[in-house]
Ligand binder design. Structure first.
Ligand code: SAH
Ligand code: TYD
Length: 406
């Protein structure tokens, strides 16, 4: 039993993934014996419909000066955030001397577009190493965790904001009420808070359970977001479904009554009702689907190993892969190594299962027949890049939306 972080109702888990390490905690062998684990359980609050982790590790274990996730390594995401910055500038940052705040600005992937257009901006990014990359690009960044107190400091130093945006961050923050209270104060009267996160509707439909890991404490839907923001005098005025990160939703929020609510909000809420997002039985079905996906993946990897006499190679040491590997108990016997382009991850080992991470040039040296695609959310970008592998008949093992070889 746990207490809902949104509405204080008691709720129970619908699945336990067992003991999990820190998803982005790639580590050298000398740290194996001190690795941190927690039991990763997920529950559904039948009162406000929020899906959430029952327990989350302390934030400093996840976000620090060695944070391994650099947003700008993906070309697709760089283009995605350029488009988003353009829409902010054309629709919301149009007044006199507008001011834009971003929560979790990482290496400046979005704000670099506002900075180069000369727009007053501020990035809030607690992981010092990624924040420094942004500063080197000339982006104003403070290394702090956003909360109500920080919002008050920002108002004092910079004034109120026309936009507060955030991508793949709000779902990370358990002290969400402090964040929302800060946002409600920091926004100008007609200001907009726009955030995007992996969408619960996609997780249910695609059984993409690998979106569930330590950093993601919440799995949002338009229904649960509406319930959550109401408590702060805020309302959802628009929504936009996005294809990034395997299916995300962008939520447009403003002070209640300050902006016209679009029809798309009603449409998405009605779709969620049809999908059963408010019903406990939906999550029982999801659990059964997750167990089925796990069993099929392990069976397939064993079959490939038996047929080719060696384990497969995996592509992309994603945070998501930590859930798959540890939940399915897939170790170096089934995956020889994981290829990844992030220098900070290379020559380290995967959290929990301790599979080696290697640079991508190791792939061709090994001439694999099958690769397991962990970075499936970047499929298009990867297929465009891996033409040599594809042309020589290399196969991909995927597990979302179903386990298969392509
Ligand atoms: N917006 C980027 C980065 C997402 S990764 C993108 O979409 O690619 C999540 C980021 O949120 C990390 O850089 C982490 O340091 C930051 N973060 C975590 N908690 C935060 C908080 N309370 N306030 C601001 N940033 C936070
Ligand atoms: P990402 O999709 O952001 O996932 P998560 O949020 O689960 O960490 O991470 C993608 C990872 O895949 C990142 O470590 C970089 C790596 N990667 C490659 O190795 N090659 C590629 O072509 C791409 C696009 C990503």
């Amino acid at each position: 039993m746990a207490t809902c972080r949104i509405c204080d109702t008691l709720y129970e888990e619908f699945i336990s993934f067992g003991e999990m390490p820190i998803a982005n905690g790639f580590l050298p062998p000398e740290d194996f014996d001190q690795e941190y684990y927690f039991e990763m359980k997920v529950g559904f609050c039948s009162s406000c419909s929020m899906v959430q982790l029952l327990e989350q590790p302390q934030r400093e274990r996840m976000f620090h000066e060695d944070y391994a996730f650099f947003s700008s390594l993906s070309k697709g995401q760089t283009a995605h955030f350029k488009n988003f910055a353009d829409s902010l500038m054309s629709e919301y940052l149009t007044g006199d001397d507008p001011f834009a705040v971003e929560i979790g600005s990482n290496d400046g992937i979005m704000l670099q577009n506002l900075a180069s257009a000369g727009i007053r901006h501020l990035g809030v990014e607690p992981s010092e190493n990624v924040a420094n990359v942004a500063r080197e690009k000339g982006i104003n960044t403070i290394s702090s965790f956003f909360d109500e107190k920080l919002a008050a400091d920002i108002i004092e130093k910079h004034g109120r904001a026309d936009t507060i945006s955030s991508a793949n961050v709000i779902c990370h923050i358990p002290y969400i009420h402090s964040v929302l209270a800060g946002i409600a104060k920091l926004l100008k009267p007609r200001g907009a808070f726009i955030f995007e996160d992996p969408y619960l509707g996609d997780i249910i439909e695609k059984v993409s359970y690998d979106q569930i890991y330590d950093e993601h404490v919440f799995y949002f839907s338009a229904t649960s977001v509406s319930n959550m923001i109401k408590q702060h005098g805020l309302e959802l005025f628009d929504v936009e479904h996005l294809n990034v990160h395997g299916g995300s939703m962008r939520y447009f929020i403003a002070k209640k009554g300050s902006r016209k609510v679009t029809e798309d909000v009603q449409t998405v809420l009605a779709n969620e009702e049809r999908l059963g997002i408010t019903l406990p039985e939906t999550y029982e079905t999801l659990r059964r689907n997750i167990e089925g996906s796990r069993d099929q993946l392990v069976k397939l990897l064993n079959e490939i190993k038996a047929a080719q006499g060696s384990p497969v190679i995996a592509y992309g040491a994603t945070s998501k892969s930590t859930t798959v590997l540890n939940y399915c108990n897939i170790g170096p016997d089934l995956i020889a190594f994981i290829s990844d382009t992030t220098p900070l991850k290379q020559n380290k080992f995967s959290p929990g299962m301790h599979i080696p991470i290697k640079a991508s040039d190791e792939i061709e040296k090994n001439q694999p027949s099958h690769m397991l695609l962990f970075a499936w959310n970047h499929m298009q970008e990867i297929m465009n890049k891996e033409t040599a592998y594809n042309n020589r008949g290399g196969k991909w093992v995927v597990y979302v939306p179903e386990v298969k070889v392509i």
